[in-house]
Design a protein around this ligand. Structure first.
Ligand code: SAH
Ligand code: SF4
Length: 342
């Protein structure tokens, strides 16, 4: 059986052509899968009954199973999904301004990168998600909330570039105009910084928004909190990102989780100015979210100090935002996704 939600449009078309179907069938099916969000071939009503039946014998439509949803006061909804082998993952729906929404998706159950401040990193690694497991988080949440579209951020559990092929395929499927048609301008991939994968991504998927989990530009310090920096040092990652083909008028995002006494010093500010001035970028400061997996080792920088840090950079002409933590009361904020149910 072929997992149809794991297929890019051209793959579906070629398989259908091979099976002797007309060229326009692929477009019809793709549109029903993503625009109507059907969960069974029987619901693809433009097809004759016998065609629907024949297709259902060759293909299946992956259905992600909702285990629970928790909502917080600010409207954030955290979905706990159960995959076919019993593994749990989480996705988050976040309300933005002007009636827009952002869906935060997971690409792995757990994560191999082991960042010291991150709940997902602390829980270890279970497995990569398939393309359809990634795609169906978006399809499910849109349908469940009666939404036509949303921004998508690859900032849930896992390191997207450590599950390279399925991540790339899922973005191509979500952005395909014959389906959900979520513009690549509205899709952001966040990475801890895997240099060779970033190099490849420039060719495979230009014009998506890139976010780098920077957290420190001082290499030794970064290695202390992000072991991946030993393999792919920050300078090389930044070098690779310099000519990343971003969507028009968009800036690369550098994420910066502020940890008290670790990356909030004068020295950090000075080196940040040096690095940021070489990019068309914005710094997104995320106050460290505390969670039980963190222990007592790390504390958030007090908010007034974060503001002063941001102002210093702004005075030097840098773009800086401070992320208001959404959904922290339901552990849906950054770095707090770690499935307890499993
Ligand atoms: N693996 C990717 C994407 C998922 S993490 C990456 O690391 O970029 C999404 C963001 O949440 C990253 O910037 C990550 O560094 C941040 N994050 C992790 N733990 C956090 C915590 N405890 N508090 C605040 N942000 C955290
Ligand atoms: Fe993985 Fe990102 Fe968490 Fe690091 S911050 S452990 S890369 S999910």
């Amino acid at each position: 059986m072929i997992d149809v939600l794991s297929l890019e449009y051209h793959e579906l078309r070629d398989i259908l052509l091979g099976l002797g179907y007309e060229r326009y069938r692929a477009e019809q099916i793709f549109s029903f899968l993503y625009k109507q969000k059907v969960s069974s071939f029987d619901d693809i009503t433009v097809l004759k009954k016998d065609v629907r039946k024949a297709l259902a014998e060759q293909f299946f439509i992956y259905r992600i199973e909702k285990q629970s949803v928790s909502s917080s006061d600010d409207g954030t909804r955290k979905y706990l999904f159960k995959l076919n082998d019993g593994v749990f993952i989480e996705s988050v729906l976040i309300p933005m301004n002007r009636g827009r929404f952002t869906i935060c998706v997971s690409t792995q159950a757990g994560c191999r990168m082991g960042c010291k401040f991150c709940a997902t990193g602390r829980m270890g690694f279970k497995r990569n998600l398939t393309t359809s497991e990634i795609v169906s988080q978006v399809v499910y949440i849109l349908k469940d909330n009666n939404l036509k579209t949303a921004n998508v951020v690859y900032m849930g559990m896992g390191e997207p570039l450590d599950n390279y092929n399925n991540t790339v395929k899922s973005i191509r499927i979500l952005s395909d105009e014959r389906g959900l048609s979520i513009s690549k301008r509205r899709i952001t991939l966040s990475t801890a910084g895997i240099t060779p994968a970033i190099r490849k991504l420039k060719k495979d998927l230009p014009n998506i928004n890139m976010a780098l989990s920077l957290h420190s530009v001082i290499s030794d310090k970064r290695s202390m909190i992000m072991p991946i920096n030993e393999t792919y040092p920050v300078d090389e990652v930044l070098d690779e990102l310099k000519d990343f083909p971003m969507p028009k008028r968009k800036r690369i995002t550098f994420e910066y989780v502020m940890i008290k006494g670790i990356n909030d010093t004068k020295e950090d500010l000075k080196s940040l100015v040096r690095v940021m001035s070489k990019f068309r970028c914005k710094l997104n400061i995320i106050p460290l979210n505390k969670h039980d997996l963190l222990g007592t080792k790390f504390d958030p920088t007090p908010l007034d100090e974060i503001e002063a840090f941001a102002d210093y950079l702004r005075n030097k002409g840098m773009f800086v935002t401070i992320r208001k933590s959404k959904g922290s009361s339901i552990n849906a904020a950054c770095g707090m996704l770690a499935t307890r149910a499993s």
